[in-house]
Ligand binder design. Structure first.
Ligand code: FEO
Length: 387
């Protein structure tokens, strides 16, 4: 059994076989569903796991409890990747008291029509409420829309442990040999990105807490250099760019628009761009394209015209950006059209709905394929982007 602190055991599970997290995100290094047990005079289990890991998790819980009975299950988040095994825990430990807020219990009933938990075994907590376990006390902070309305976090004051729900999580199993920032950023912008204001509100609430350890529901437990992780969340939730560079997102049907995008990428690098991140929206990971659009300060949308609009992978990408409140960036356009080009107008109509976007003029239009005569226009566009 792994102890995070003398009183807190880790009982979560790694899911190495999942194909798509939330049925949309590629997770080449799997996914961790974290769960913890806090031992004191009273014993509290912190969250359950996705039903994909129920049996392994129950074995971890039983091993950690070593014959003791848990008093509480704290439900920080009702999304099924964490609440998917509540029914199984209740079956195994029928006397356990569930701890959640009013919205938690509404959702619990919605997900489990025939689950009849006695009223006396549902403890409703609200903002700032505390739960004493003996020498440890949990304080609850509501975290609406980080990432669902019922989400909450809890802070254990004695050891300075923050149970942060989805916040500070990442894709990948807990021990994945990969950079935290990259997969935490991809996770953040795609899953929580829409709710920057709510993330800022949560960070503000927690500003006075003396946090030594962050226990998220996904990814590694954070024990050192916490200012780094909190700083990343401050930055990401403020919608400000993180790094200098240009993302080129390209939707190409037969490769001609992609060729133009590659040529533009070369020109940008030659002209001194710090970084150019190029995506083929038909083939590359959409979530990573979204991540890099937020990471870098500048974005080029390069797309073929299609059905008097834009090639659908670009529509899809722009929809993702708009849904995640994309803002405060510079956007430039390259369109391709064999007859009436319509891509740029369609893309601009979506970008026009976003806040504080500087749109670079003029749009570069290529006809069917990039020609030598088009290069000066790409050079001029690169100058305008880097200006
Ligand atoms: Fe990891 Fe919003 O659930």
């Amino acid at each position: 059994m792994e102890f995070i602190t003398p009183s807190i055991a880790y009982v979560g599970v790694d899911d190495e076989n999942i194909d798509l997290f939330e049925s949309q995100y590629r997770v080449p290094n799997g996914m961790a569903y974290n769960s913890y047990i806090l031992f004191d005079e009273k014993i509290a289990v912190m969250d359950t796991v996705d039903k994909r890991g129920t049996q392994a998790w129950l074995a971890n819980v039983a091993g950690a409890l070593d014959g003791r009975q848990p008093d509480y299950l704290v439900i920080h988040h009702m999304e099924p990747d964490h609440a998917g095994s509540i029914r199984d825990l209740l079956r195994r430990y029928p006397q356990i008291t569930l701890v959640g807020n009013a919205k938690t219990f509404t959702m619990l009933a919605q997900f489990n029509e025939d689950l009849n938990v006695p009223a006396g075994q549902m403890l409703t907590v609200g903002e700032g409420d505390t739960l004493s376990l003996g020498s440890h006390t949990l304080t609850f902070f509501l975290a609406p829309m980080v990432h669902w309305p019922e989400a909450m976090v809890s802070f254990e004051q004695r050891e300075g442990v923050l149970f942060s729900a989805d916040a500070f999580g990442k894709f990948g199993v807990r021990g994945a040999d990969e950079d935290w920032t990259c997969e935490a950023r991809r996770y953040y912008f795609n899953i929580v990105g829409k709710y920057g204001v709510q993330v800022q509100a949560l960070l503000k609430k927690l500003a006075g807490a003396s946090v030594n350890v962050i226990c998220p529901l996904h990814g590694p437990i954070l024990t050192e250099n916490l200012g780094f992780y909190i700083g990343k969340y401050q930055l990401w939730s403020s919608y400000q760019p993180e790094d200098e560079g240009v993302t080129i997102a390209c939707a190409s049907i037969h490769g001609n628009t992609m060729h133009a995008a590659r040529v533009l990428a070369d020109i940008l690098m030659k002209k001194g761009a710090k970084k150019v991140s190029l995506f083929d929206l038909s083939r590359d990971d959409m979530a990573e394209a979204v991540e890099d659009a937020f990471r870098y300060e500048k974005l080029v949308l390069a797309a073929a015209s299609y059905d008097a609009g834009v090639f659908p992978p670009m529509d899809d990408f722009l929809h993702h950006l708009a849904a995640k409140n994309y803002q405060n960036r510079t956007v430039a356009y390259v369109q391709n059209g064999t007859w009436g080009p319509t891509a740029a107008k369609t893309m601009k109509a979506v970008v026009d709905t976003m806040k504080n976007i500087t749109q670079v003029e003029p749009v570069v239009t290529i006809r069917s394929s990039l020609k030598q005569a088009d290069i000066p226009a790409l050079e001029a566009l690169a100058d305008a982007i880097l200006a």
